[in-house]
Design a protein around this ligand. Sequence first.
Ligand code: KG4
Ligand code: ZN
Length: 345
Amino acid sequence: MSDKETLILAIETSCDETAAAVVADGHVVKSSVVASQVNLHERFGGVVPEIASRAHVEKILPVVQEAMAQAKAMPDRIAAVAVANQPGLTIALMVGVTAAKALAWAWQKPLVAVNHIHAHFQSAMLEQPDVLELPAVALVVSGGHTSLYDAESCLDLRLLGKTIDDAAGEAFDKVAAILHLPYPGGPSIEKVAKEGNPKAVAFPRTLLDKESLDFSFSGLKTAVLYHVQGQDMKGENKVAAMSRQEIADIAASFQAAVVDVLVEKTRRAVARVGAKTVLIGGGVAANGALREAMEAMTTREGLALMIAPKRLCTDNAAMIASLAFYKYQAEQFAAMNLEPKATSD
Ligand code: KG4
Ligand code: ZN
């Protein structure tokens, strides 16, 4: 380990992963430890905040210790302690924020606060920092967020549009529940959809008729529910009686509707700001159909595309450390009275 490297220890507890990472110079991942709580939330079909918070309290110190040990980093070599303080479940964020403040205070290091959404598209640049052509349009598609940004730099972002109801990942999770597929819904729907016909059911492409760059996915989720339950919503969920092929067709058609909207809105955002590059991050960015469609669109439009590698799409602390490096360089430090925040600034 070179003495010239700037090492950042970052902590992430905004939802259902307890994560810590040590990253050098914003781009060399020395360690990235993620303790997933999926098995705790599975039977509820979604994240239960109280359970998430308690699991973070249990896991946070072992996860931080493991990240420091894997990186072979001693506290005196850490330049700053970073933490995702927004947006997310407040009682979950609170655990990471408190741990980061305690470590920064004990080690006498600066504290850096990171916006979790902004960090998601940092994961697209994490391993290839030098190929970014700006300005870029950044799309973050996760369980909690679906947002488009105009990015002049990783620290200079302007929100262009966001979901007005459900996030794309949330729609995947809810539709998976309707189709009796396992949680988390995104990977299960993707798997089943591989055997289905994406044109079998004409689900709505919401808000595509408007100029707005906002998204809406709750109507699509309701359309899937109507499809399996009948228009009056009094019918029974017929999934149990459906063939494997019928379920695969619904999954593929739903996935195609989400992908079409994400690709078309991103294309419009690019045209509006005159961007050269598209950056994509967040859990849903792991979806193969979305990755292929984005590749096709950016090739057609002559744009550079940077999508987070699949292993960095879902929540992790390496992306927090990477963005924190730039904030550290710009001396954008947080005060010791930093608080968690449910919504994004
Ligand atoms: O970014 P993330 O780990 O957490 C949030 O910040 O929300 O994203 C989790 C979301 C879940 O809704 C999950 O169903 C979705 O990402 N997801 C996927 C895939 N893998 C994860 N959605 C579609 N296709 C996937 N392969
Ligand atoms: Zn996330």
